[in-house]
Design a protein around this ligand. Structure first.
Ligand SMILES: Cc1cc2nc3c(=O)[nH]c(=O)nc-3n(C[C@H](O)[C@H](O)[C@H](O)COP(=O)(O)O)c2cc1C
Length: 382
């Protein structure tokens, strides 16, 4: 049986091929597209055809943007991109599917063609979809040189993407890189803000955080957003936790499923909790991209209700492909239409109540018109 790693690579190959072919893009649009005006929204001054985007990790090298647009994603986050190419040994243990849990564990380094090749790829895309780019340092680069590497990515990519996500939740290997102190993060972000200040075009910068942060650390991240020119937060990446699975955390450890980032359905509640916390501390003043375990239209709504402005799907897309995206879009569209109809009916009822009250008021008043001689006459009786 093909390993999960092989099967993911095969799916990516198919999407890549479809992206390059006009017939492929047409077929994707016909098969999965859900044109619905009420899915559209404007965030960061940009137009999104849907609030549902593709999470980082599936199209790391920016080769499938047109295919994702054709299938109906509202935006695509490519990457994470590293400065130098970073290859990963193929291996059955790189990706483990936990099908019963609708989860997966990703346990390999981030594989990237490197920034130069990614720029070449981005230049090829033709669709008008919003393209975000997740950036991360090469895994061998020591943390003290991280800031230089993020800037090395940010500068050349700046003119080619619509927003950046600074990935600071790399926990997919046994040597995780998850800087979480304000000081470490500001060392990375400040040079990016400085560079952006000198540019004509404004490109939003978001921070992608880990669901394993403590509440205090999440508050720190939110405060960075409130106190600096950071534009938003992507919450969250995968977790090193092993909760919410059919097997207990200790069983997972005993079969060696210890390291690596777990994504998919078991992550949903935590991701929603993190989004709610950021939203409440920032009083809804900044966009949040909600990500983690979203697999149904109801999940999208729950995430939006918790305070997310946009959402991303990762594992659900790996499991269900374009069909999952279509089902999510159909469900969200239907719920939005029902909500609109309910609001319109409530409005009509309220207007009817007002006009009835006004009519009753008028007739009551008309029954008590004071004639000019000062006596009260019953006009309604006339
Ligand atoms: C196979 C795989 C690769 C991923 N690679 C990246 C990556 O390169 N950069 C990143 O920021 N997140 C990466 N992620 C995390 C996803 O973007 C997302 O945050 C996470 O999977 C949670 O969403 P989900 O539950 O919908 O999958 C990856 C996830 C998976 C499953």
């Amino acid at each position: 049986m093909a390993s999960a790693d092989f099967s993911l690579r095969f799916k990516q190959w198919v999407w890549r091929a479809a992206s390059k072919s006009a017939i492929g893009r047409y077929a994707l649009h016909q098969r999965f597209g859900v044109p619905a005006a009420n899915l559209e929204r404007d965030v960061f001054g940009m137009h999104f055809t849907s609030p549902v985007g593709l999470a980082a990790g599936f199209d790391r090298d920016g080769e499938m943007i047109d295919a994702m647009a054709a299938a109906g994603f509202g935006f695509v986050e490519i990457g994470s991109v590293t400065p130098k190419p970073q290859r990963v040994e193929r291996g059955d243990e790189n990706l483990i599917l936990l099908k019963g849990d609708k989860a997966l564990i990703y346990r390999a380094d981030i594989e990237s063609a490197g920034v130069e090749k990614v720029i070449e790829n981005i230049k090829q895309h033709r669709s008008r979809i919003v393209v975000g780019c997740s950036i991360v340092k090469n895994s061998k680069t020591p943390p003290e040189e991280a800031a230089v590497e993020y800037l090395r990515l940010f500068r050349p990519l700046y003119q080619y993407v619509d927003y950046f996500t600074v990935n600071v939740c790399c926990n997919t290997t046994s040597e995780p890189y998850v800087p979480a102190s304000k000081q470490e993060l500001m060392a990375i972000l400040a040079p990016l803000f400085d560079f952006r200040r000198g540019q004509n075009q404004y490109c939003p910068i978001l921070l992608k955080i880990s669901p394993d942060l403590t509440d205090e650390q999440i508050d720190d991240m939110t405060d960075i957003m409130l106190d600096t020119p950071l534009d938003g937060i992507v919450a969250c990446g995968g977790t090193i936790g092993r909760h919410g699975l059919q097997k207990s955390a200790s069983q997972m450890h005993s079969i060696g499923r210890t390291h690596g980032a777990m994504c998919g359905r078991p992550l949903k509640n935590r991701a929603i909790e993190v989004v709610r916390r950021i939203y409440s501390r920032s009083k809804g003043t900044y966009p949040i991209i909600g990500c983690g375990g979203i697999s149904t239209p109801d999940d999208v709504f729950e995430m939006l209700q918790a305070g997310a402005t946009l959402v991303q799907i990762g594992s659900e897309f790996i499991y269900g492909g374009g069909e999952s995206l279509r089902n999510i879009h159909l469900g969200v569209d239907e719920r939005l239409r029902k909500a609109e109809q309910r609001a319109a009916a409530e409005q009509a009822n309220a207007e009817q109540d007002d006009s009835e009250r006004a009519t009753t008021g008028q007739s009551e008043a008309s029954q008590r018109v004071e004639p000019s001689d000062g006596s009260v006459s019953d006009t309604a009786a006339k």
